[in-house]
Every structure is written in C-alpha cells, then in structure tokens.
Design a protein around this ligand. Structure first.
Ligand code: GDP
Ligand code: GDP
Length: 437
C-alpha cells in the first residue's frame, strides 16, 4: 500500500505553509537548470512515530486576489478530497470564523474522509481567544488550537493525524511500479488512464482494515503489477477555469513525487508548449523515470520522415531531459499503448540498476585519459574514486581534490560517458562531489 496522504486546506494567510514547513523542515524553493522552472515545495514526506506519510500544501500556489479566494478554496478542498486520506482544515484563531471557512466546511463535511480542524495562531494556550468555540459551528468536530509559528500542540495533532490513517497504511509499500500520467488539460491523460485500467484493473479484495483509496488504481499488465497514481484527480475535471493551470500543477506535483515513472503527455496538434516544458521539468527535477508520449498521432498527416522530424523537434524543446524516450501514440486508436507499458517497465528497472564500483572506476579513469580534467592556476581536478551510492534515480558519488576545479561541462562529459556505457535511458542520473580531506 502507498503512503497515506495528508492535505492541508484553508484560506490564504491562516498559516498553512508555516505548518507545512514546521512539520517537514526547511522550505526550499527549488530552482534548477531546467528553464522556466521554479517551484515551492508543495509536497513532502514527513514521519511521526515511525509512520511516514505524504503532506500536501494545497495552498502552495496561491494568488492574493480577493475575488478568487473562494473559488481557490473550493478547488483546494476538491484536490484534498480527491487525493488525501486525511484532511487538515486550518482556520485563523486571531481573525475568527469567516464565510469562506463555512463554505469549505460544508464541502468537507460531505467527504467520507477524516477532517481535522486546526485553529491556528493560538500563541498563548493558557489564554485562548473565545473565537475558538465559534468553530464548533462548522460541524466538523472539535477545533484543536495550535500555534504553527511556535509548534504548540504539534505532538497531539500529529498523533491524531497518524491515528486517523486507514489501518495498515504507511507501514508497508507494495512493489508495484507506480505510474503517473501528467500533462496539460485535454491532452488525453484520462483517456490513457482509462484505456490502461479498464481491461486490466485488479480488483483488490477488501482485506480487513486495508481500505484502498481511490487515489491509486492497481492494474496488471503482461504479468506485472502497476499502480496508477492520482487517477481520481485526473479523471475529475476542474470546474474553476481561471485557476485550472495552477491546480493542475499541484495535482501533478503530488502525483509525480509518489511515482516511479512519469508519462509526460504532449498533444501532437500543439507540439511542446511552455506549460508542457514546465510539467516535464517537474518530473525531471524530481529525478523520476520519464517517458514522453506524443498523443493524438492519428490526427497528424504523415509524409516520409514526419515522425523523425517531429521527434527531433520534441527532443530539441526538451533538451534538458534528452535521456527520455519519445513515443508517438494514439489512445483513440490504441496505437502503441503496449510500447508505452513495455517502456515504463524498462525505465523502472533501469532506475534501480547498480553499477559495480570496479567497472565504474575503470570507465572514469579511461574518460579522464581521453579528456583531461579542467585545471586552474596549475592545479588540476583529480577524481580519486567513484561509486554508485543510490538508486531511483541512480546517484554517483565522486571523491575529488577540489570542488572549485570542477566545471559543469566536465561533469556533463562524465555523465555522457556513463550514459554511453550503461544506458540509463529514461532516467536522470545525479552526481555528488566530495572533497577528499
Ligand atoms: P498560508 O497562506 O496559509 O500558507 O499562511 P502562512 O504560513 O504564509 O502564514 C501567514 C502569516 O501568518 C505569516 O505572516 C505567518 O508568520 C503568520 N503565522 C503563521 N502561523 C502563525 C502562528 O502560529 N501564530 C502567529 N501569530 N502567526 C502565524
Ligand atoms: P485530459 O484532460 O488530459 O484527461 O484529456 P482527455 O482524456 O479528457 O482527452 C481530451 C480530449 O482528447 C477528449 O475529447 C478525447 O476524446 C480526445 N483524445 C484523447 N486521446 C486522443 C487520441 O489519441 N486521438 C484523438 N483524436 N483524440 C484523443
């Protein structure tokens, strides 16, 4: 079973991101070499009493425009109801109850999921404001006073959260391959998801105490077990048009983080758009397995070399993930769906590959002989030792003399050598460089 998911919902400024950060640690805004991608962390893993869970800040992307607050909150609540096992609904104890709080509470009351009502900014627990009692009227149980800024009452809140998980959740992880289908609206994600699961869905018998949530759909393909992540969110269409893009990003981020392999879907009619680059960039930065599928290939008029030219164009737009295989499919005609699945399986295996240290070191020694490492003021970069220290994605640790001597171009050269020798199609590979002391 996958990790349980906790989603935090509430008006802007009630303290959601403060709560999130205090639980998961420092908030890092992730900026990498992928063009156009900057993001705040809106999904992270947390742990309490030996139970790990995923925490989603549904307000992580939020506009301050007053007119849209209500529609934003509805959308956040919907995302939470779609993908969370437990919903944390946060209100502001200083400001007291607002109409928007009541509206969201009405939505959350209808979900079958556990909702925990936190009244934040109660900085002095000995003298809580009377407004706390108003929140009983929301009809979602006892309001729990906390102070996110000071981590007051966090232990009790985390106990309640963890106790609310479906029994057995978070304690084990199945070894099915986790797939996420991501892409902009209308590209064909739900069509693909439905095509894959309709005939292959595994009916999971309800073993006592293990209620499987609709967010993950298990299915079997050619004898292997897979799980589609966040299909509920993909299948349900957002009703809030102006925010559709932003929220599709939140959904995508949470799905990406929990996946092994991301199927990045591009519309053959549109080619690679800015939004496609952004979504693909998220999967790349997360270090996931990636397959690019160009869908609706049935609509393209084909001449000689159409596919080859199209492929070159896609590759040049997504140059930061040149390792990703590019497939041309039509969900409508069920064209090459088998190939998508075969590739997904291959990529997931590649991500777990371990290269023996001996082979790795002789490769790097050869590479250094073919192209001398960079030097500065008479001092040359030395690489003493390389080993693979992690998988999913493959992580390589280099022991070197001096970090300052390392140039991006040389590390790119080493990456290419490793890829030439060992493949790693479909996955990013990561390097860490440590100075020998
Ligand atoms: P979000 O928009 O819901 O994510 O809210 P933020 O986490 O950005 O917090 C909004 C403001 O409330 C910030 O200025 C925080 O410093 C402040 N804040 C958050 N938690 C607390 C708290 O427990 N007590 C007080 N007094 N202020 C808080
Ligand atoms: P989503 O928003 O990404 O989930 O996209 P949908 O799966 O809802 O598909 C959007 C539209 O594209 C629907 O009208 C689908 O019937 C259509 N569509 C999906 N796949 C294909 C395809 O391979 N070829 C064509 N011609 N249309 C497709």
């Amino acid at each position: 079973m996958s990790k349980p998911i906790v989603a935090v919902v509430g008006r802007p400024n009630v303290g959601k991101s403060t709560f999130f950060n205090r639980i998961v640690g420092r908030r890092v805004s992730i900026v990498e070499d992928t063009p156009g991608v900057t993001r705040d962390r809106i999904y992270a893993e947390a742990e309490w009493n030996g139970v790990t869970f995923g925490l989603v800040d549904t307000g992580g992307i939020e506009m301050s425009n007053q007119d849209v607050i209500l529609s934003q909150m509805r959308e956040q609540a919907q995302i939470a109801m779609d993908m969370a096992n437990v919903i944390v609904f946060m209100v502001d104890g200083k400001e007291g109850m607002t109409a928007a709080d009541e509206e969201v509470a009405a939505m959350l009351r209808r979900t079958g999921k556990k909702v925990i009502l936190l009244v934040n900014k109660v900085d002095n627990p000995l003298n809580p404001p009377d407004t706390i009692y108003d929140f009983y009227e929301l009809g979602i149980g006892e309001p729990i006073p906390i102070s996110s800024a000071n981590k007051l009452n966090f232990g009790d809140v985390l106990d309640i959260i963890v106790e609310s998980f479906p029994q057995g959740a978070g304690l084990e992880d199945d070894d099915s391959i986790k797939l996420a289908v991501i892409g902009k609206p209308n590209v064909g994600k739900s069509s693909l998801v439905n095509a894959l699961i309709n005939e292959n869905r595994v009916i999971v018998s309800p073993i006592a105490g293990t209620t499987r949530d609709s967010i993950d759909t298990p299915f079997r393909w050619d004898g292997d077990d897979y799980t589609l992540i966040d299909t509920a969110g993909i299948r349900r269409k957002s009703k809030v048009n102006e925010d559709i893009e932003k929220y599709s990003v939140i959904r995508a981020v949470a799905a990406i983080e929990r996946s092994d392999v991301c199927i990045v879907m591009i519309d053959a009619n549109d080619g690679v758009t800015e939004q496609d680059k952004k979504i693909a960039g998220l999967a790349h930065e997360a270090g996931k397995g990636i397959i690019v599928v160009v869908n609706k290939w049935d609509l393209i008029e084909k001449e000689t070399n159409t596919m080859k030219k199209f492929k070159e164009k896609v590759a040049s737009e997504l140059v930061f993930m040149s390792y990703a295989p590019i497939l041309f499919i039509s969900v409508k005609d069920r064209l090459r769906l088998d190939e998508v699945m075969r590739t997904a399986k291959a990529v997931s295996e590649i991500r777990s590959t371990r290269i023996p240290t001996g082979q790795l070191n002789s490769l790097i020694i050869d590479a250094m002989m073919m192209k001398q490492p960079p030097a500065d003021k008479g001092k040359r970069l030395k690489i003493y030792y390389v080993s693979q220290v992690g998988v999913k994605p493959p992580l390589f640790s280099f022991q070197i003399n001096k970090r300052d001597l390392l140039h991006f171009s040389y590390s790119r050269y080493l990456e290419n050598k490793i890829r030439d020798a060992f493949g790693f199609e479909g996955t990013s590979i990561k390097f860490v460089f440590r100075e020998k002391r």
